[in-house]
Design a protein around this ligand. Structure first.
Ligand SMILES: *[C@@H]1O[C@H](CO)[C@@H](O)[C@H](O)[C@H]1NC(C)=O
Ligand SMILES: *[C@@H]1O[C@H](CO)[C@@H](O)[C@H](O)[C@H]1NC(C)=O
Ligand SMILES: *[C@@H]1O[C@H](CO)[C@@H](O)[C@H](O)[C@H]1NC(C)=O
Length: 430
């Protein structure tokens, strides 16, 4: 990365009051928070049978979307810069958003609430000239500019021009921090299924391994590290806590944190972990070691509900059926499509009397409380509630999704190649 860093001057606008010159901290917004004021909260995603072609973003039919957005300001205009929300995704590396070209003939936009980014009117927008930059895919240009084409497993895709632009983040304490001339994808042919015209998501912010990721592009600010803590969001949580995506010197490691290797397998973009076993209420499941081979597990903020490789999933499901067997207050239930293990309960108990799960990662255990293992929902046309195991079988890879990452402080140190984590109440994230 250092070879081409000279091409763009990356500056961090220091706060004039604190004189802080490094680190970066952006608010993370859940789509159901008033801040986002989305009305796409009932997001009916279709379940696909051949879901995993390129992996990463499985689809689940579920009433509470579980993804997080980063709020950004883009460009330089005579009046204010434009505000957008981007889906935070550690499973990909490019940052892209819908640009005005998608409205032109031959372009394609998905519905979004805000007008698409008017890049032509921004004085700091600079398309990347064809074949002159190491991040330009050779001879893949539109007119005289480099192009990109990115596809995700859930059917989302974007193609368009690679360009430099200034990004600003309304940080904590009212501070505004800018990353100048960051390379991004200006999307002219974009597809997704985030919902109708009240959808807030204008694009994706990729944080994975890879040269396009801002972790690498803004290396002088990020120092190759970032951190987040995703709050639990369910029918019992009333407030919408503000949490932050933090970079560089804003990432503070505590002495009691667990550490596990964070791997890049071949040139893949997602962060791989070494999963060695699974326990339910401290009882180890009898899963063959073959299911935990190298490169078989990733951690991904862009996947709402975890995937578990099918043979291991079947052992887990069987163990949970055994755990719940004979409980007179429970009755098997047909839950939302995608979830295979659900029970109804006549009397609401929330997350009480549900088991815990431990993921035995190399050198560290990741403990999932019931709040991160099950969804608990009210039955729609009847009294009572039901719960489902919020993990889905996969025929491709094990993916630790965002629901299973809640109430954990996670620190990705990409230079040291370590993931640090510890249980934390993320609603108190500052
Ligand atoms: C968008 O979808 C939501 C949920 O399905 C619905 O409530 C809302 O009315 C829709 N809005 C528009 C503008 O179609
Ligand atoms: C390429 O150039 C043509 C002619 O100037 C223009 O009409 C078209 O919009 C350009 N395409 C893109 C993607 O900018
Ligand atoms: C574990 O599973 C394997 C394969 O299903 C079986 O052969 C073995 O007996 C099991 N071990 C225990 C301790 O249950």
């Amino acid at each position: 990365m250092s070879l081409y860093l000279w091409i763009f001057s990356l500056l961090l606008q220091a706060n004039s009051l604190t004189g802080k010159t490094n680190g970066l901290k952006l608010p993370l917004i859940h789509p159901e928070s008033p801040e986002a004021s989305v009305s796409n909260r009932i997001q009916q995603r279709k379940h696909q049978s051949d879901e995993m072609k390129g992996l990463i973003r499985p689809q689940v039919h579920i009433q509470s979307p579980h993804y997080y957005m980063v709020k950004i300001n883009v460009g330089t205009f005579k009046t204010n810069s434009q505000t957008y929300y981007l889906y935070m995704d550690t499973g990909s590396d490019l940052l892209w958003l819908q640009c005005e070209g998608c409205r032109a003939p031959g372009g394609r936009c998905f519905p979004q609430k805000e007008p698409v980014y008017p890049n032509g009117k921004s004085s700091s927008y600079r398309p990347l000239p064809c074949n002159k930059h190491s991040l330009c895919v050779p001879n893949q240009c539109i007119n005289t500019s480099c192009s990109y084409n990115i596809r995700y497993a859930d059917g989302t895709s974007s193609s368009g021009l690679l360009a430099f632009e200034n990004f600003a983040f309304a940080s904590n304490l009212g501070r505004v921090e800018t990353l100048q001339q960051l390379m991004f994808g200006c999307g002219v042919d974009n597809r997704n299924n985030y919902g109708n015209s009240s959808n807030q998501i204008a694009g994706i912010m990729g944080l994975g391994w890879g040269s396009y990721s801002i972790i690498n592009q803004a290396n002088s600010v990020t120092q190759g590290k970032f951190s987040y803590c995703l709050p639990v969001v369910n029918k019992y949580t009333k407030k919408w806590p503000i949490t932050y995506l933090k970079f560089g010197t804003d990432v503070i490691r505590r002495p009691n944190m667990n550490a596990t290797p964070l791997l890049q397998i071949k040139n893949q973009i997602p962060y791989h972990l070494i999963l060695q076993g699974i326990s339910i209420n401290n009882k180890k499941l009898n899963i063959s070691a073959n299911e935990f081979s190298s490169g078989s597990c990733i951690i991904d903020s862009g996947t709402p509900f975890s995937r578990l490789i099918r043979p291991a999933y079947l052992v887990l499901e069987k163990a949970l059926r055994k755990h719940f067997w004979g409980r007179l207050d429970l009755k098997p239930y047909k839950g939302p499509k995608g979830f295979e293990l659900c029970y109804e309960r006549r009397k609401a108990q929330g997350f009480k009397n549900l088991p815990r799960m431990t993921l035995h990662l190399q050198k560290a255990d990741l403990s999932l409380q019931p709040e991160a293992l099950f969804i608990v929902m009210d039955k729609i046309a009847a009294k009572g509630e039901y719960f489902c195991l919020a993990i889905i079988p996969s025929d491709v890879k094990t993916v630790i999704g965002s629901y299973q990452q809640t109430n954990q402080r996670l620190i990705y140190e990409t230079k040291q190649k370590q993931l640090f984590f510890v249980v934390e109440d993320c609603s108190r994230d500052a």
